[in-house]
Design a protein. Structure first.
Ligand code: IFM
Length: 452
């Protein structure tokens, strides 16, 4: 295949402003390991991993990438890429083991070392508070289905910000509330593994509510970094122009996109979805919607693929005839442009970041090298799609690749590799893949342009 000149690093770099944020992303449970060290307690994912059959390869987060011990080496890898941002998450049960009350100083110390280590390397820290690993102790009191968890989250947010807030570039409340609510409480394929739609919708409401409450508390405390939330979004397209397909696609768009975007940016749940959910719709107290719509500084978007929907549900991506990743997700870069344009058109979003984009492919480490042209192409094409949205006026401020390292891919275990750095789990040896070299070259081209 001929190389695509529009994906050449220098050509692509010319399409972005010099102050654009470029990063790589990870999350605590997926990389840290050390789950029983230095006072950390169980999260819902530790418990879920013990459930027979829950994780495809029977694995867990006990060791993961051993990042808790290898964080300096990992930050050196981040620095060598030439990014100016690193997105990571704090493990709540590491810093406040029971989810309320006593703090664990050794846990907070770890994140302080990490944040300072980033700053020493000239990399801006972008911290996420909740990337799914709720303390198990809170789950035993009802988890996110219990309204009280929202207040516990506010206290947690304030405690973390008190210690680190002065050094962060941004603070994200939740990563992907849809996934936590629906996969965790409706389909049950993620922790805590419950299967009730009404519970999932109440969970989603409490996640959104706690986001708004936390934003207000953090601002009242004088936290100066940017505050926002990260949603997993996709354009939802009808399989055909038939009224049945279009109706179903609109419902799926309501479930995935509007159920979160409308309350966050318009202060209301979409009327058609309230009707669709009927008795399963959540209990909403007076004032909740005002809190949820508290203005934020940025919205993070995690984009991997589009969703095509027919009258009877999601169309199997295999039927679409396009390239698929190892997750079975269709490679569809144009969907990122479409999505960003739509968010900008339909909602008053002040600033947007692509907080995750990347792909799992089957990699092999041969002679100390990992050649991953499919991932390189995937990332480059999505950066090009982001450039297109930027050129059309979308206030896009940054792009972060998922992920720095191969890691624990939740219910799929370790078999699905999203990293631009390969991890040999037996030796914990890190090997930057060809995609990492491409990203480094691209970022070098960005810096050369800025200096010119
Ligand atoms: O690994 C996950 C991440 O934790 C959240 N967003 C999607 C990624 C790939 O599935």
């Amino acid at each position: 295949m001929q190389p695509d000149p529009s994906l050449d690093p220098a050509t692509l770099a010319a399409r972005f402003p010099p102050d654009f944020t470029w990063g790589v992303a990870t999350s605590a449970f997926q990389i840290e390991g050390a789950v029983r060290e230095d006072g950390r307690a169980d999260s819902i994912w530790d418990v879920f991993c013990r459930r027979p059959g829950a994780i495809a390869d029977g694995s867990d987060g006990a060791l993961a990438c051993d990042h808790y011990h290898r964080w300096q080496e990992d930050l050196d890898l981040v620095a060598r890429l030439g990014v100016n941002a690193y997105r990571f998450s704090v493990s709540w049960p590491r810093v406040q083991p029971q989810g309320h009350g006593a703090w664990n100083p050794r846990g907070l110390d770890f994140y302080e070392r990490l944040v300072d280590g980033l700053l020493q390397r000239g990399i801006a820290p972008h911290l996420t508070l909740n990337h799914w690993d709720l303390p198990q102790a809170l789950q035993e009191g009802g988890g996110w289905a219990a309204r009280d968890t929202a207040q516990r989250f506010v206290d947690y947010a304030r405690g973390v910000a008190r210690r680190l807030g002065d050094r962060l570039r941004s603070l994200t409340t939740h990563n992907e509330p849809f996934v936590q609510a629906v996969l965790g409480h409706e389909t049950g394929i993620f922790a805590p593994g419950l299967q009730q739609r009404a519970v999932a919708l109440q969970v989603a409401h409490h996640l959104l509510l706690s986001h708004g409450m936390a934003l207000r508390a953090l601002r009242a405390d004088g936290v100066g970094c940017d505050l926002g939330i990260v949603l997993n979004l996709a354009p939802v397209q009808p399989a055909s122009e038939s009224p049945q397909d279009r109706t179903r696609a609109r419902i799926e768009d309501g479930r995935l996109v509007r159920w979160y975007m409308d309350p966050l940016f318009r202060g209301s749940y979409p009327a058609d979805m309230l009707e669709e959910f009927g008795a399963d719709a959540p209990t909403v107290a007076d004032g909740d919607l005002g809190l949820i719509a508290t203005p934020m500084d940025f919205l993070g978007v995690n984009y991997y693929s589009r969703s095509v929907v027919g009258a009877s549900g999601a169309v199997d991506p295999k039927a679409l005839g396009a390239e698929l990743t190892d997750m079975g997700w269709e490679v569809y870069p144009g969907g990122l442009t479409e999505l960003l344009l739509r968010l900008h058109r339909d909602y008053p979003v002040p600033a947007l970041y692509v907080t995750e984009n990347g792909a799992a492919f089957r990699d092999e480490c041969v002679g100390g090298r990992v050649d991953d042209p499919a991932r390189t192409r995937y990332i480059a094409r999505h950066i090009a799609a982001a450039a297109q949205a930027l050129a059309a006026g979308v206030p896009l401020r940054g792009f972060m690749v998922w992920s720095l390292l191969d890691n624990f891919e939740w219910a799929s275990g370790y078999a699905k590799r999203f990293g631009i750095v390969h991890v040999d789990y037996a030796s914990q040896r890190r090997t930057p893949k060809a995609s990492a070299a491409w990203y480094r070259d691209f970022l070098l081209a960005m810096r050369q342009r800025a200096a010119a």
